[in-house]
Design a protein around this ligand. Structure first.
Ligand code: SF4
Length: 68
């Protein structure tokens, strides 16, 4: 893990992508259930459970999918 990856991310943060998690389709910015707020739904899919929230400004990972 590099020093700018947060534990709740689906993969290592990669600054070459040039985006933040808040721009990603998999980022859950608003709570449906409070625990999901600011969590990554891609990481949840892979881990089988919700991981820790990550800040909106976190550097995106290779699973980044731009929200339209
Ligand atoms: S870029 Fe998307 S898939 Fe990757 S950690 Fe951030 S929210 Fe999750």
């Amino acid at each position: 893990m590099n020093d700018y990856t947060y534990p709740g991310q689906a993969h290592l943060a990669d600054s070459s992508i040039g985006a933040d998690c808040r721009e990603c389709l998999f980022y859950v910015p608003r709570p449906f259930v409070q625990i999901k707020r600011n969590c990554c739904s891609k990481a949840k899919q892979m881990a089988g459970k919700w991981l820790k929230p990550i800040p909106p400004h976190a550097t995106a990972c290779k699973y980044f999918n731009r929200r339209t």
